[in-house]
Design a protein around this ligand. Structure first.
Ligand code: SF4
Length: 250
């Protein structure tokens, strides 16, 4: 199977065929057929995508290139955790930084906390979306830790899809979400079953973890995305990495 040759219908059929597959089965089926692939790791419970990927491949040469968006605002605990994961799996971990000139001008003109006043879109655009766009231009596919149960904006996440945000008319990018149908409970069962190291912030009420100024601990029965950008509407709680807008691609 060459996924790069599949049209929209072929991708939809492949997605349907994987609906009942486990994350590891999904990755074992797809990774060898994705071409050059990258795997995004946020420094949180999406560590299971690394775990499943390593167990899904037959040799390390097949492992997607793993990266984290180093926004410059990650909590120190997350920075420490990235190094724990790097050592635990013996992986190379690429930390993507914002463009220094763009960031400098943004901070010079608007300061370090403008997102509390006018929303997170501009800051996320500079610190996350632009570096990611530059990075993904080098790949045929990227693997994410998105799950349907994470937020209202992710309730229809597919297992495999054409990325509508980062594809261009010249470059089609495939997005794979092996955890799409996995629940938070299942993710944490995997972490405990395989004794996977996790971010210490999870022991302090943090469920969804992002940048320090935009993440807080939550209480019992609060949805995990209530700890992110809590000053904004729940339907706006994406950083621009996973927005779906129609785009004509081959
Ligand atoms: S999550 Fe907050 S600090 Fe991080 S890039 Fe977005 S707005 Fe900026």
């Amino acid at each position: 199977m060459d996924i790069s040759l599949l049209d929209e219908t072929g991708i939809a059929e492949l997605n349907a065929s994987l609906l009942n597959a486990s994350p590891r089965e999904i990755l074992a089926t797809l990774i060898p057929n994705l071409g050059r692939s990258a795997l995004s790791f946020s420094g949180a419970e999406d560590v299971v995508t690394i775990e499943h990927s390593i167990k899904a491949i037959t040799n390390r040469d097949q492992l997607p290139e793993i990266f984290t968006l180093d926004t410059g605002r990650l909590p120190p605990a997350t920075q420490r955790y990235l190094e724990v994961v790097r050592a635990h799996y013996g992986i190379k971990l690429d930390l993507l930084s914002p463009d220094p000139d763009e960031l400098r001008e943004f901070v010079r003109s608007k300061g370090l906390f403008s997102f509390y006043e006018d929303g997170h879109t501009e800051c996320c655009g500079i610190r996350k979306v632009a570096p990611l766009r530059r990075h993904l231009a080098n790949f045929d596919a990227w693997i994410t830790g998105q799950r349907r149960d994470q937020s209202p904006t992710r309730s229809e996440v597919a297992i495999i899809e054409i990325d509508r945000t980062f594809s261009t008319t010249e470059h089609r990018l495939i997005k794979v979400n092996p955890l799409a149908n996995t629940t938070s409970e299942e993710v944490w069962n995997t972490i405990r079953l395989f004794d996977i190291p996790y971010n210490e912030l999870h022991d302090h009420g943090y469920v969804s973890i992002g940048c320090e100024p935009c993440t807080k601990a939550i209480g019992p029965n609060q949805h995990e995305r209530e700890g992110r950008w809590w000053w904004e509407e729940s339907t706006h709680k994406e950083c621009g990495l996973h927005i779906t807008t129609p785009l004509k691609v081959r």
